[in-house]
Ligand binder design. Sequence first.
Ligand code: SF4
Length: 340
Amino acid sequence: MPARPDAIADRHAFQQALVQWFHQEGKDYPWRRTTDPYAVLVSEMMLQQTTLAMVLERGHYSRWMQSLPDVASLAAAPESLVLSLWEGLGYYNRARNLQKTAQVIIDRHHGVFPTSLPELLALPGIGRYTAGAVMSFAFNLPAPLVDGNVARVLARLMDFHIEIDSPTGQRQLWKWAEGLLPTQDVRSYNSALMELGQRLCTPGTPSCLLCPVRPWCQATHPSTLPLKKPRRPVVAVEEDVLVARHNGKILLHQEQGKRRRGLWKLPAVHDRKIGSLLWSGHYTITHHHVSLRLHAAAETPVAQTDESWIVETELADWPMPSPFRRALNAVLHPVDDSNH
Ligand code: SF4
């Protein structure tokens, strides 16, 4: 079989094939209907580490845009509202950074979104990928981007046998992304590259027979690519918390740690007396596998530092990590199956 042409040397034909496929097959996501940099930024921040289905079907994006439709409303919003709207997406620092970014845009850029790479990279929590997404999707400027999907496509396209999450691997991927970039309609091109990774060049076995860039793909065994560094071993963690209720209120603890600061959860048991086990389950956060157990309080405890008695009927207004929300709902509103 003759050697396939190199995508970079033949980039105009490569770009054309990819964009043409996208115009025929591309999905109609709400953030693709807008060129508002704020809306683009919100969607990109939400989609990091989260599935499309979560952001779309559970309504996180639409709820956020209804409550905080622009930079000014986000900059001025109370942190508890920002965290509540983010609830269920995890990695709450992204929500805090989004708000800090909005405040910087109001304070230092007079409410106008910056358009240059250095200015965007100077905003809190914005890295090269997000800056590239805002530049290309909102402003149609020629900025490359590499996310997990694009990295997989490029590694296969170039038959790349270096770990893509290593510094060398990342440097090379960004170089290729830049080398393949068109000068026009970067918005469609970058969307197309990402969508190719989501829809056809998927993890595991890709759908090469349907792929618009197959004529340029150098991979001989695409399902073995990309290479990645070995995962961190999973660490088991036990979390025992207290369900203390009194006069229609429940005791909650406000987190101060870096990851969940500002969120409310059930307080740790510590050395307080516990009664029966009310609920147990598991959740995973990064490489931690947590066994969560909810215990009834044997007596009404005194609220300690960072703890407050919260009215149970108002619990929805208090931002809470979703594993705690699910567990607490199961205890406070058990499904009545007496008729079954
Ligand atoms: S031909 Fe297959 S491996 Fe190559 S880019 Fe297309 S889907 Fe991915």
